[in-house]
Design a protein around this ligand. Structure first.
Ligand code: IPM
Ligand code: MG
Length: 354
């Protein structure tokens, strides 16, 4: 069982360190190899996804990632930006299925900006397609050409999905729903975009193979609204790369803090990359205050999806529930009456609970 650890930038190294402690505490026979991805890789090698990292990622069964990016690298040409490293590893490993669960822990009901009765008991799985869509469509670029008689710069991105790409993520959505409340809501913009007309058609073609799962469709603007109006109507939401990026950030806040949400990105063989949904938070980097729970919960997802260790996954998840019940809170989820702790102390509490 080989794990490639990519701490990345900003708070990445701090939160990953706590997740690695948890992994080690399980005393399983993991081999871990650390490598560079993102801005730290740019600084060391000039590339956000150097060859050594590509090799380490290909060799491993699973990848644990902190976060990448920061203002320091925003001035670089696009190809050298940390984000390109992230997109590159997703593409190289074929990680087409991004699972982003949004679960509200009862102890955090007041941390959400929505009323407790709107979010209590919330348990949504957002399934985001991760290697297609406008993120990877060709042609792309900024070019100068004549438009309406004027020579000007034109920005181009191409939104593109093949039916096979839609079918494989669609199947994952139906399969996932079978293990949950058997409801799939497919999100598109078929009233405007042909790409997503195809998306809807393919989802409808798949539906008869899963008669035990209810399939509904929703336009993305309505879905964004429904997520804050009545989020508990959703079980599995499946959507493309771009809409999934946006809706998963929105859904994360229903749970109180994006600092709580793990994610898994899987390929067809079950190999996966596991990372928190949040970013590198450069404003609090190095201060020891970041919430490591999303990364720790990402380790639980790794054990579940890549290594098939359901019992160990649940052990980590119940430990996280326990520390919340004990009142430990990092700044992002703190409220008066609870115990404010830093990143390492939160890690200590999880280890103690474990
Ligand atoms: C995410 C992030 C990335 C994305 C960025 C950092 C490239 O927002 O994982 O949601 O857009 O996919
Ligand atoms: Mg995002």
């Amino acid at each position: 069982m080989k794990i490639c650890v990519l701490p990345g930038d900003g708070i990445g190294p701090e939160i990953t360190a706590q997740a690695v402690r948890v992994l080690k505490a399980l005393d399983l026979k993991f081999e871990m190899e650390e490598a560079l991805l993102g801005g730290c890789a740019v600084d060391a090698t000039g590339s956000p996804f150097p060859e050594a990292t590509q090799k380490a990622a290909l060799d491993a069964d699973a990848v644990l990632l902190g976060a990448v990016g920061g203002p320091k690298w925003d001035v670089l040409p696009r190809e050298q930006r940390p984000e390109r490293g992230l997109l590159g590893i997703r593409k190289l490993l074929g990680l087409f299925a991004n699972l982003r669960p949004a679960v509200l822990y009862p102890e955090l009901a007041n941390a959400s900006t929505l009323k407790p009765e709107v979010v209590s008991g919330l348990d949504i799985l957002i399934l985001r397609e991760l290697t297609g869509d406008i993120y990877f469509g060709q042609p792309r670029g900024i070019e100068t050409r004549e438009v309406e008689g004027v020579q000007q710069r034109v920005g181009v991105n191409t939104m593109i999905y093949s039916e096979n790409e839609i079918r494989r993520i669609g199947r994952m959505a139906f399969e996932a729903a079978r293990k949950r409340s058997r409801k799939v809501c497919s999100v598109d913009k078929m009233n405007v975009l042909e790409t997503t007309q195809l998306w809807r058609d393919v989802m409808n073609e798949l539906a008869p193979e899963y008669p035990d799962v209810e399939l509904t469709h929703m336009l993305v603007d309505n879905a964004a609204m429904q997520l804050v109006r009545a989020p508990k109507q959703f079980d599995v939401m499946v959507t493309g790369n771009m809409f999934g990026d946006i809706l998963s950030d929105e859904a994360s806040m229903l749970t109180g803090s994006i600092g709580m949400l793990p994610s898994a990105s899987l390929n067809e063989t079950g190999k996966g990359l596991y990372e928190p949904c949040h970013g590198s938070a450069p404003d609090i980097a190095g201060k020891g205050v970041a919430n490591p729970l999303a990364t720790i919960l990402s380790v639980a997802m790794m054990l579940r999806y890549t290594f098939g260790m359901e019992a160990e996954a649940q052990r980590i998840e119940s430990s996280v529930k326990k520390v919340l019940a004990q009142g430990f809170r990092t700044g992002d989820i703190y409220e008066p009456g609870t115990k404010k702790v830093g990143t390492a102390e939160m890690g200590d509490s999880v280890l103690a609970a474990l």
